[in-house]
Write a protein that binds this ligand. Structure first.
Ligand SMILES: Cc1cc2nc3c(=O)[nH]c(=O)nc-3n(C[C@H](O)[C@H](O)[C@H](O)COP(=O)(O)OP(=O)(O)OC[C@H]3O[C@@H](n4cnc5c(N)ncnc54)[C@H](O)[C@@H]3O)c2cc1C
Length: 498
């Protein structure tokens, strides 16, 4: 049986493994951490569970072209999920704006709160509705498409491409014409980096409108448990605590892996579902760098700068009003991490998932953008005490801030946890602790190639191939399985998970 070795047991590695097992391949996944999941992870602190990942899981509506991929991995009919009625709430000097999922309701809200921006609101809503009506086929990886598939793809991409072009202005520029401060703030807040085109905002609005973004009850941990179960029940072998040191290559063909403990294993194909930069520079020793990967990984052009501080609080109280992934709270004292000054913090009140805290208690998680991963790594390595103190200082400030916003927090805090860019690097190897791969929108539109020109039987998959996020990484794993099947002259099949 043809054997495929996979580096990394994150969502992409598990997806690649499961899809290859469905198609009669023998696979082994090597994961460096003691548990699988990569960025899709959760951790326990006393009686609280911190979900370190899932805010919204997109492409999870049965009508979405990616749904069969997701459903082939986890039985979606029997996976309880929450579909949000609101994306977020944001406030400016007492003015509160709700970003409702339903676009008609959102338009009404926008016109009520920001009447001075009527024409802009109409153009934004019209754009989001148009994007919501477009479906891009996802049944085949671009690399395995025939001429007919390509024509089909080009046709649907033409409309999406036209929208992307029309809405290509960077958010930071677009907001200058908006009069209402609260609407300007909404567009400027994460996850829409100012250099991203306004298209990114509209895309999110369209996904929420289509009820195509949900939250799985049990969060990241439950999702990973189900993925691991699927992979192993198909016969896949998952080895944790197994850091890969090198990809073994003979005569320009990948032949196996050497692990950190010195043991080598042989395979017919090698897939790296680990961080792209780590793969090119460490696992392949910079030996197989083609023109594209040189530019991507070894020039300053695309280096991801943004990571995050992820602060979680366990509070002994409930919150009635929240059924949304995000509340942006204005900070009384803006906080500067690296060169980025944050004036609003993204808070998720995780009261929609009863598995994360005991009855009557709630986990709050906060996401603060940081562009100084090196600083956090150095501080942790060289001055551990100062590192812990700085984390606690930031947590204390955030407690003051959420207390000022929601009230009744300070006296009820039972658990504090702070993950820094250093934590993300340590546990997942991701370049500069980046949360979702490239931060260059163009690389989502024109993703990097999954193969390196001068290295045979080796593939890359996961978020660094332009397929960011949970479903993107699942699709990326499926794509690689299709590519391997095509190379071997096999017809690819998707097995049902139910
Ligand atoms: C705070 C946060 C919030 C997020 N929120 C969302 C969200 O709401 N919705 C969404 O869709 N996405 C979200 N994401 C993004 C999403 O989690 C990722 O895009 C996705 O999980 C990436 O999966 P992956 O398998 O491609 O990569 P990774 O998760 O990075 O997996 C790579 C795996 O490879 C392993 N590895 C690395 N090097 C080696 C080695 N040498 N040997 C062995 N193993 C190795 C790592 O340990 C890791 O397990 C979020 C991410 C973060 C950090």
């Amino acid at each position: 049986m043809t054997k495929v070795l996979i580096v990394g047991g994150g969502v992409a590695g598990l997806s690649a493994g499961a899809h290859l097992q469905m198609n009669g391949y023998e696979t082994e996944i090597y994961e460096m951490h003691k548990i699988p999941g990569g960025l899709c992870t959760a951790w326990k602190r006393g009686e609280y569970t911190i979900d370190g990942c899932v805010h919204w899981w997109v492409n999870t509506n049965p009508q979405d072209p990616c749904y069969p991929i997701v459903n082939g991995l986890v039985d979606m009919d029997h996976f309880p999920r929450v579909t949000y009625e609101e994306f977020c709430t944001i406030e400016d000097k007492g003015t509160v704006l709700h970003f409702y999922s339903n676009l008609e309701r959102f338009e009404e809200e926008l016109k009520r709160v920001c009447p001075q921006d009527g024409p802009i609101i109409e153009e934004l809503i019209k754009g989001a509705k148009k994007i919501a009506s477009i479906k891009i086929p996802a049944d085949k990886a671009p690399e395995v498409m025939n001429l007919w598939d390509r024509i089909r793809m080009i046709k649907s991409m033409a409309t999406m491409g036209a929208m992307a072009k029309k809405w290509s202005q960077p958010i930071g520029e677009y907001v200058k014409k908006i009069k209402s401060p609260v609407l300007r703030k909404l567009l400027s807040c994460f996850p829409f980096y100012p250099q991203f085109p306004i298209f990114a905002f509209l895309m999110h609005a369209s996904l929420f409108h289509n009820k195509n973004a949900s939250y799985p009850i049990g969060g990241a941990q439950e999702l990973i448990n189900r993925l691991v179960h699927r992979y192993t029940s198909l016969g896949g072998k998952l080895f944790c605590n197994s850091k890969v040191e090198k990809v073994l290559v003979e005569n320009g063909t990948a032949k196996g892996l050497r692990l950190g403990n010195g043991i080598s294993c042989a395979g017919d194909y090698v897939i790296s579902a680990a961080d792209g930069h780590h793969t090119m520079s460490q696992l392949l020793d910079r030996q197989y760098v083609d023109k594209e990967s040189q530019e991507l990984y070894f020039t300053e052009k695309h280096v991801p700068k943004m990571s995050q501080l992820y602060i979680s609080l366990g509070v002994a109280r409930t919150f009635n009003d929240s059924f949304k992934p995000v509340v942006y709270i204005p900070l009384q004292r803006p906080i500067k991490i690296g060169t980025i000054e944050t004036t609003h913090v993204l808070v998720t009140v995780r009261n929609f998932d009863p598995t994360l805290a005991p009855k009557g208690k709630t986990v709050l998680s906060m996401f603060i953008v940081a562009d100084n991963a090196d600083y956090w790594v150095r501080l942790r390595n060289e001055k551990r005490e100062a590192y812990e103190q700085e984390k606690m200082q930031i947590a204390k400030q955030m407690i003051e801030e959420v207390d000022a916003y929601f009230g009744n927090i300070k006296e009820n805090v039972e658990m504090i946890d702070v993950a820094t860019p250093a934590s993300y690097i340590r546990y997942t190897n991701n370049w500069n602790g980046a949360p979702s791969g490239w931060q260059d929108f163009q690389l989502f539109v024109n993703p990097p190639k999954k193969q390196i020109k001068n290295l045979k039987n080796f593939f890359l998959c996961g978020q660094w191939l332009g397929d960011g996020g949970l479903t993107g990484s699942m699709k990326s794993g499926r794509d690689i399985a299709q590519i391997v099947c095509k190379k071997e002259g096999k017809k690819f099949k998707l097995a049902s998970s139910s």
